[in-house]
Every structure is written in structure tokens, then in C-alpha cells.
Design a protein around this ligand. Structure first.
Ligand code: NAP
Ligand code: 3JN
Length: 345
């Protein structure tokens, strides 16, 4: 359990990465009470400093005593680091909020999106998992619909930006785009194919059944977060040449009939969701507009006339913010909140 304090010692593991940098700026923007920031990355970053709230902090490498005195550690340095170092941090008395898939499906680890299942935080044993970015934006929108009409099946296709793969992928998209526009040969190293001016239906490794791990993360995590193993989820995850924000096309089937207007009304009151849906005025969520925003945007809400109780939706969210850093910081905010405010749902 976290002892209530005026300010906390917070560690960011993977501080120099795309998610880590966003975590640092999110802590700063939301004025999280930080007494001291401890920043960790690989040996490649040793000697660097990073600034937070007008102060410079050194970037360190991880050691067995690194977590002594740390209250909360936000991990985003990949699954291997989480597997090795999260238990070390917990043993040192720290609460870990982990961004990797390493602990997400562990029954002893709550998998939390604050707007959806903050109540699950009651039962953590030191590690709390942040879901996959594509799952987070989907469940924030689906939870109120599930409560109103019980979702039976989800068919989702994602359009995921390159920032989901990290800093090197963002550089690769920029470099390939510049090379192609200047009639130069493209080099590829992060993705198996050219990403500039292309769409790649392949995110994370392929499994024997033809799905990718990313697609199966979405299916399994959605059931765990919504607390309903009976929901059927089938996903296709696609990488697109966009720097920031994941977009998703969803087709859902509910037990109870909902009209498109009823869905809009339910979502208008949903925390963390903005209904942005006036197609007659060309208004629908776009990655370029949603970048750097905290909320998840939903539009193109319409009934699927090919089935009895079907709805189609288009969902866009900033994958580095709500999809990773913001969700983790919101969890940390709940951990330090007065007891009555910790578990809204
Ligand atoms: P990134 O830009 O490539 O950054 C990777 C970070 O990990 C860097 O800070 C890197 O440090 C650090 N790192 C690598 N090896 C390390 C080691 N041995 N010890 C300590 N730190 C080490 O990647 P990213 O996009 O930020 O993603 C990082 C991780 O966050 C992913 O692997 C994934 O697990 C998770 N993630 C989750 C979501 C989500 O859906 N919620 C989304 C994206 C990422 P150097 O700079 O020194 O190399
Ligand atoms: O590709 C994306 O858009 C999201 C990537 C997430 C990611 C990247 C590397 C490793 C994950 C994740 O959060 O599921 C992992 C992981 O499995 O830890």
C-alpha cells in the first residue's frame, strides 16, 4: 500500500523512449506531486540528463538497489525489462505501473483503464498493468455501450501510427518520406516493408493461427478489462504512415438494440470520450486533430443495417498519451487520491 505523502519519489524506466518522454511531460503537465524523479534507460543513455519542472535529473542504468526509496515506478522499457525489474522494484516497496504486455494477463495483476475499471485497483499486489494502446481507446468508448446494451461481438480494424513502435520508427517514416520525395532509394530497418506511403497489415509477431500478437492482445485484454469473457473479439491491426494517434474502425453487435442516436447520447456523458460526429459538415475524428489531446474521439456513429443490433464507429486517440503515458499517470493519480476517490466504477 502506498503511504499518503505531500510528494512522491517517482521513477520512469525507459525515460528516453517515446513513451517515457511522454510520461515525464504528462507528470509535469498534470502537476503530479513529484518530490524527486529517478530516470532509467539503457547504457546508451548513461550520462544524459533530462529536465522536469525546471530541474535536471540524471539518466541512470538499472541496478538491484535502484528502487530503494522509490514510491511509484512507471515502466516503459519493453517486456524483458519489466519481467526482470518489476519484481525487484516491488520487493523494494515500490508500486509498479507497467506499460508492457509482460504482466497484463496475470490474474494477480489488475489491468486498468481508470474510466472503465478503476475498482480493480483495490486488489493489486505491487504491479498494475497498463493495457495496449489500441485496447485502451476501444474500451473507453465501449464500456458505456456495454453497460447500456451488452456487447456480444466486436470486429475491429486498427490504423496504428508509427509512434506505437517507438522513436526509431518515427525517424524511419520521416527519412523514407524525405528519400522518396527526393527520388532517393529508401532504407528500411524497423519494419519488414517500406512504411512511407504504405499500409502494413502486420503489428507484432505472427502466431500459428494467422493472427498477430497485437490482434490477440486486443481480444484478451478487452475481456479482462470489461470483466466479460463472453464477448467475442476479432481484430486486424494495420500500421499506417501516420506519426501520432491510432484510429480504429469498429463494428459491434449488442444484445439490446441501440439506435445511433442512443449510442451518441450514452457516449456524450462518458468520461474521457468526445463525440465528434457531424458528417454533413465533414466532422469526424482525425489523427492530425487528436494528436496531443487527452480524450478519445468517436465519430461516424451509424447503425449496421445488415444485422439486427449492430453499430459502426470510428475511434481516434493519441496512442502516446491516453494509449500509454496518460493512462499510467491517471492510475498513479488514483493511487495517491484520498481513499473515497480511488474507485469510481
Ligand atoms: P522506444 O522509443 O524504443 O524506447 C525504449 C526505451 O527503453 C528507451 O528509453 C530505452 O533506453 C529503454 N531501454 C531499452 N533497453 C533498456 C535496458 N536494457 N534497460 C533500461 N532501459 C532500456 O520505445 P517506446 O515506444 O517508448 O516503448 C517502450 C515500451 O513501452 C515498449 O517496448 C512497450 O513494452 C511499451 N509500450 C506500450 C504501449 C502501450 O500500448 N501501452 C505503447 C508503446 C510502447 P535507451 O534510449 O537508452 O535505448
Ligand atoms: O505497435 C503499437 O502501436 C503499440 C505497441 C505496443 C508494444 C510495443 C512493443 C512491445 C507493446 C505493447 O504494449 O503491447 C509491447 C509489449 O508487448 O510489451
Amino acid at each position: 500500500m502506498l503511504k499518503r505523502k505531500k510528494a512522491y519519489v517517482v521513477a520512469v524506466v525507459g525515460a528516453t523512449g517515446a513513451v517515457g518522454e511522454e510520461m515525464i511531460s504528462t507528470l509535469e503537465q498534470r502537476e503530479f506531486p513529484v518530490e524527486k524523479l529517478r530516470l532509467f534507460a539503457s547504457e546508451r543513455s548513461e550520462g544524459r540528463t533530462m529536465s522536469f519542472d525546471g530541474r535536471d535529473f540524471p539518466v541512470e542504468t538499472l541496478k538491484t538497489d535502484s528502487f530503494a526509496g522509490v514510491d511509484i515506478a512507471l515502466f516503459s522499457a519493453g517486456g524483458e525489462r519489466s519481467a526482470r525489474w518489476a519484481p525487484v522494484a516491488v520487493k523494494a516497496g515500490c508500486i509498479v505501473i507497467d506499460n508492457s504486455s509482460q504482466w497484463r494477463m496475470d490474474p494477480e495483476v489488475p489491468l486498468v483503464v481508470p474510466e472503465v475499471n478503476a475498482k480493480d485497483l483495490k486488489h493489486h499486489k505491487g504491479i498494475i498493468a497498463n493495457p495496449n494502446c489500441s485496447t485502451i481507446q476501444m474500451v473507453v468508448v465501449l464500456k458505456p455501450i456495454h453497460d447500456a446494451a451488452r456487447i456480444r461481438r466486436i470486429v475491429v480494424t486498427t490504423f496504428q501510427s508509427v509512434s506505437g513502435t517507438g522513436k526509431k520508427a518515427m525517424e524511419e517514416l520521416g527519412q523514407q518520406t524525405a528519400d522518396l520525395l527526393n527520388l532517393r532509394q529508401v532504407q528500411k530497418s524497423v519494419y519488414p516493408h517500406q512504411i512511407a506511403f504504405n499500409c502494413i497489415p502486420h503489428i507484432d509477431a505472427f502466431l500459428d493461427d494467422g493472427y498477430t500478437k497485437e490482434e490477440m492482445k486486443m481480444a484478451k485484454e478487452t475481456k479482462k478489462i470489461l470483466g466479460d469473457e463472453s464477448i467475442r473479439v476479432t481484430a486486424t491491426a494495420v500500421r499506417v504512415p501516420v506519426f501520432r494517434c491510432h484510429s480504429e474502425s469498429l463494428n459491434i453487435e449488442t444484445e439490446k438494440k441501440m439506435t445511433a442516436n442512443e449510442v451518441r447520447a450514452v457516449l456524450a456523458d462518458a468520461p474521457g470520450v468526445i463525440v465528434y460526429d457531424a458528417p454533413e459538415k465533414n466532422i469526424y475524428p482525425l489523427a492530425i486533430d487528436v494528436a496531443d489531446k487527452d480524450d478519445t474521439y468517436v465519430g461516424r456513429i451509424r447503425e449496421d443495417e445488415t444485422i439486427a443490433n449492430g453499430i459502426n464507429l470510428w475511434i481516434v486517440s493519441d496512442n502516446l498519451r491516453k494509449g500509454a503515458a496518460l493512462n499510467a499517470v491517471q492510475i498513479a493519480e488514483l493511487l495517491i487520491a484520498p481513499a473515497g476517490r480511488r474507485t469510481g466504477n
